[in-house]
Design a protein around this ligand. Sequence first.
Ligand SMILES: Nc1nc2c(ncn2[C@@H]2O[C@H](COP(=O)(O)OP(=O)(O)OP(=O)(O)O)[C@@H](O)[C@H]2O)c(=O)[nH]1
Ligand SMILES: [Mg+2]
Length: 428
Amino acid sequence: MVTPGHDKLDVDDSIRELALLADTAGADVVDTMVPSVQRINVATFVGKGKVQELASRVTSTNADLVIFDDDLSNVQVRNIEREVGCKLLDRSALILDIFARNARTATAKTQVELAQLEYLLPRLTRQWTHLSRQKGGIGMRGPGETQIETDRRLIGTRIATLKDRLIKIDRQRTTQRKGRSGFTRVSLIGYTNAGKSTLMNELAGAGVLAENRLFATLDATTRTVELSPGRKVLLSDTVGFIRKLPHRLIESFKSTLDEVRESDILMHVLDASHRGFEEHKEVVQRTLLELGVKDKPTLLVFNKIDAIEDPADLLALKNTYPDAAFVSALRGIGLMELREKLVTTIDAGFEEIEIILPVADQKAIQHIRSMADILEEEYAWGQVPYEGDIVGVVRLRYRVVPRHAHDLAVLTERYKDFEILSEDSAPV
Ligand SMILES: Nc1nc2c(ncn2[C@@H]2O[C@H](COP(=O)(O)OP(=O)(O)OP(=O)(O)O)[C@@H](O)[C@H]2O)c(=O)[nH]1
Ligand SMILES: [Mg+2]
């Protein structure tokens, strides 16, 4: 739909993407209409003439489903459906349907069902009974037929149950994350189909499902990756973004997206062979802001460079983004350099701290070890400030992500007056 204030090219991309979404959901696209809309019609979104044209195209192509790229109101859906005589979905409903099809883990299933029910709840009017008569088909999956026949109250109860379940999942995941808090955490983020899972498999040998379809990944997978000898990080692959991602979907995917929120470094994967990659990049950045993720050190990874036809395009891209990594996850090109750039990005985000503390405080030493990379470790004699007792001390120089520097600042403060004794005053 070309609406005022929207670029025709952007619209073409959006429509092409909608066709891909439809295809992912199992529909065959038989016809496309891109009407120019000057003013949005409250009753039918597009004007009367357009609805009639749509109706005749539906008849001539024998279509049994119409998909709108824009989100429609309940009333609009009902009115257009009545005119064209077949089922109608908007973009959000289609995306929800794909999520429902692709959800494999219990967490993803719970999150999708919640998003679907929240989408349906305000639409639970007469349309509901109308839809429940046509069983199966796109947009009908997920909550299941039993729910579709229940009333608003039951759906409300179900929503509460799902939210409860998600809170429990959340708690579990927080505990899991605490258990591995010492590692630097890196998240792969990016537009759907950019190649995040392929890259994850390449870097971690993870065996994550990677497919040429949208939203193949719906839950977070985490693996350790050794970037260089002795340098391990935790790498997470997670759900991809898309333009006009329904807000309630983002909301209900909180547990999965917490992985992104709490990581130290982001790797933003882009499909460099897609002509719309700049827009994809903006969509991803906007979605991150919506998630409350900002100012995280980010490494841009241009993927699929094998599919760029003109080498001059690649060169230009490299000039524009000198700090980015350029790879082909599929062909294993540029991965060495990617690892190096990732190390540089991580290092730039680290703080280096030095502390002298008594050897007797093993608890504190263990605490530092669990959170930081120890760079230097030296044992000596030291003096307890003000008391003058001579004790064994250890000087540690460590590197830590800002997230943990804060935790460890308490120790630095507690032992700030400890000193190493000079050679001559040390006991023999
Ligand atoms: N030509 C080419 N294709 C690639 C490359 N990397 C990934 N692909 C293909 O791109 C498609 C999507 O890859 P995925 O790894 O599933 O993408 P994703 O970002 O995880 O996608 P979602 O999980 O759906 O958000 C697959 O068909 C991959 O084979 C690459 O470097 N070059
Ligand atoms: Mg994936």
